[in-house]
Design a protein around this ligand. Structure first.
Ligand SMILES: [Zn+2]
Length: 670
């Protein structure tokens, strides 16, 4: 079998090469491997930077897995003669002679070009860390990944070897190619703070070590995760405009001297009755405050104007005059947004999007006197500013904000009720039509705990919709890393972040293909859980309506046994039994091993449900079930320890973020 690069689908084709003779004859072929023999040598500069060395190692590693052949790597001054093709990586003298200069390339972009039988993959480079998401001089590495993905058909499903699907072949050849490719989205990230801390040498709590990951496995998982994310071309984070709740802490700092700068409460007071309150809304129409905001700015950096991290806004007549009319009939799924958020009961609880949009524009006009190129970051389209403006206000490309569907539980998770979904889309469109720059910063990946919460269709559709309507980039909070139960959805998000033009069905097929003869059975398995999530949209919302530790999604261990009662697992268990039998028919063991990976995730979910049922929503297990609880926890921990090296779950996230706050497991110590 031979594999051809026909085109580099999905990524943006910036421009074709200019001033260079390009051989466009389709007969011109770069031969990498032919009939199980290396026909190409990988060539780097004599002293390649770390990113090129890493790119070469990644290329060699994946070609070896595909063909069994180890490609030689040579420095440019010592290239052996007896190879049909040379694959030049990064800035080499040869690339310079071909006119392949990187100084005109956009960040993270690369050129992939064949010249005769040779191939060049060239991007900007410096001495930076290949895996760092703010290192935008990574074009050569991204070019190599594009090649591996497109020419070899490699699919990176989850961290580690088993999650790397490399179709086997004896021959790798390419027709003529000449492309400049750069990422479709300027920044792309699934936030992964916890594991990044481990990579930076962070120590784990003994309680987490007892319940889940050992420190060694956490470390190796973090390394595999870091590699996976870069293989999916996560990055561009140096291009993301800064955001944040800019006025958090202002009440503590300025409230005493300038109470009039802060929100007017319904009781006639200003700001908060608590002088130490952190998140107190400002009175955006106060001109003295506006001038102060511009004065305290350094005149150079992005001017951040994100509202405080708490709903409820100033009730003064001037601020209210900037608001648009509130809807005559409040949608049933957006009541919290418009009126019932308990945290906004002393102040104005409705939509203040027009007010804040006007505030951002007002400050921009004032700030332009100091710096005409100022970029204003409104930070978040969130809470009271989530509904789109209704007064027809026009913003501009000097104002940036990120869309965060949140506040009302109906709008928060995927899947969501269809009516709510249509409304969320309308809010994106409404904001886009103001003309500001938009990013996407959702929280819904926090959903699901270690349960088989599968969701692809609505969230995938929304991501593509946002991309078509002005999304510059996306940063998800957070990657909880439950690969064996949420794997399909996570893979889809990684693929869309890199190639938002891919169709959802196409991405799903890629994922299923990694299960070989069990592809169809695994698809039925995933559909069984996605259908379950869709059928239970309303019960799930009801179940997780009460916040815990400040967040509703942290309540999951308290209710897991109600969301996923043990009896609902039986059909899914059967589907995976069928899948494993089908996969075993193939001589390649990896297909069955991948189904086993899913089975580990499912068994882990069942054991967790069993323990959750014993706690039954309480911090402590009842006295008469102490022994049962102790045994159940011991069984769960044993299972985790036995399987942690598969990376089926980011167990540190599970124990530190979800379980320890919810359950007093100390009482169950053996
Ligand atoms: Zn006001």
């Amino acid at each position: 079998m031979s594999v051809f690069v026909c085109c580099l689908a999905g990524a943006v084709i910036m421009s074709e090469g200019q001033g260079v003779r390009v051989n466009d004859e389709t007969s011109a072929v770069v031969r990498i491997v032919a009939d199980g023999k290396a026909t190409a040598v990988v060539v780097t500069a004599d002293a390649p930077p770390p990113i090129v060395q890493y790119a070469a190692a990644e290329l060699v590693r994946h070609v070896k897995k595909a063909t069994g052949v180890t490609l030689p790597v040579a420095a440019e001054s010592t290239v052996p003669e007896d190879y049909a093709s040379r694959v030049f990586l990064g800035m080499t003298k040869a690339a310079g002679k071909q006119g392949l200069m990187t100084d005109k390339l956009p960040p993270e972009a690369f050129v992939i070009r064949s010249v005769g039988a040779d191939l060049y993959i060239v991007g900007e480079e410096d001495g930076g860390d290949p895996l760092c998401p703010t290192n935008s001089k990574c074009g050569t590495l991204f070019g190599v990944y594009e090649f591996i993905e497109t020419a070899l058909g490699v699919r990176w499903l989850w961290p580690g070897e088993l999650g790397t699907y490399v179709p086997r072949t004896k021959t790798i050849e390419l027709p003529a190619v000449n492309r400049v490719v750069s990422p479709a989205l300027r920044f792309r990230e699934l936030a992964w703070h916890g594991m990044r801390k481990i990579l930076d040498g962070g120590k784990m709590d003994q309680k987490d070590i007892r319940l889940g990951f050992s420190p060694e496995v956490a470390r190796s998982y973090a390394e595999a995760l870091s590699a996976l994310l870069r293989r999916h071309r996560m990055g561009g984070m140096d291009a993301k405009p800064p955001t944040g709740h800019a006025f958090g802490g202002w009440w503590q700092r300025y409230g005493k001297e300038h109470p009039e700068w802060f929100m007017l409460r319904r009781d006639g007071g200003r700001g908060s009755t608590d002088p130490k309150a952190r998140d107190v809304d400002i009175c955006v129409t106060n001109e003295e405050l506006q001038d102060f905001i511009v004065k305290q700015w350094d005149g150079k950096s992005v001017l951040r104007l994100g509202p405080v991290d708490r709903p409820g806004r100033c009730t003064c007549a001037a601020c209210r005059a900037w608001d648009g009319p509130q809807p005559e009939k409040i949608p049933w799924f957006a009541k919290v947004v418009y009126e019932t958020d308990p945290r906004a009961k002393d102040v104005f609880a409705g939509a203040t999007s027009d007010r804040y949009a006007r505030f951002w524009k007002t400050i921009q006009e004032k700030a332009r006197k100091r710096n005409p190129d100022v970029l204003v970051s409104g930070s978040f389209i969130y809470e009271n500013e989530f509904p789109a403006p209704v007064t027809g206000i026009k913003l501009n490309k000097g104002i940036y904000a990120e869309f965060v569907q949140w506040q009302d539980p109906h709008l928060r998770w995927f899947p969501m009720p269809e009516e709510a979904y249509a409304w969320v889309k309308a809010q994106w469109l409404g904001w886009q039509q103001t003309g500001l720059r938009m990013g996407y910063r959702p929280n819904y990946l926090h959903n699901g705990y270690v349960m088989p919460h599968v969701e692809t269709r609505q969230s995938g559709d929304f991501f593509k919709f946002a991309h078509k309507h002005g999304m510059e980039g996306a940063r998800f909070d957070s990657l909880t890393g439950q690969w064996a139960v949420h794997g399909l959805g996570l893979y889809m998000h990684l693929r869309l972040l890199n190639k938002p033009d891919l169709e959802i069905e196409e991405i799903r097929s890629e994922y299923f293909s990694a299960f070989g003869p069990a592809a169809g059975a695994v698809e039925r398995y995933c559909d069984c859980w996605e259908n379950y999530a869709v059928e239970n949209v309303m019960p799930f919302l009801e179940l997780f309506s009460t916040p815990f530790c400040g967040y509703r999604y942290r309540a999951y261990p308290l209710k897991a046994h109600k969301a996923y009662p043990i009896e609902v697992f039986a059909p899914a268990v059967k589907l995976l039994e069928e899948a494993v039998a089908l996969a075993r028919a193939d001589p390649l063991p990896e297909y069955a091993e991948r189904v086993e990976f899913l089975r580990v995730g499912l068994k882990h979910a069942q054991l967790t449900v069993q323990l959750a049922g014993i706690f039954d929503g309480k911090k402590n297990v009842p006295k008469d079930r102490l022994q049962e609880g102790t045994d159940s926890l011991a069984e769960l921990v044993r299972f985790r320890k036995d399987h942690q090296q598969m990376y089926f779950s980011d167990l540190l996230w599970v124990t530190s973020f979800w379980e320890r706050p919810a359950w007093n497991v100390d009482a169950l110590a053996k």
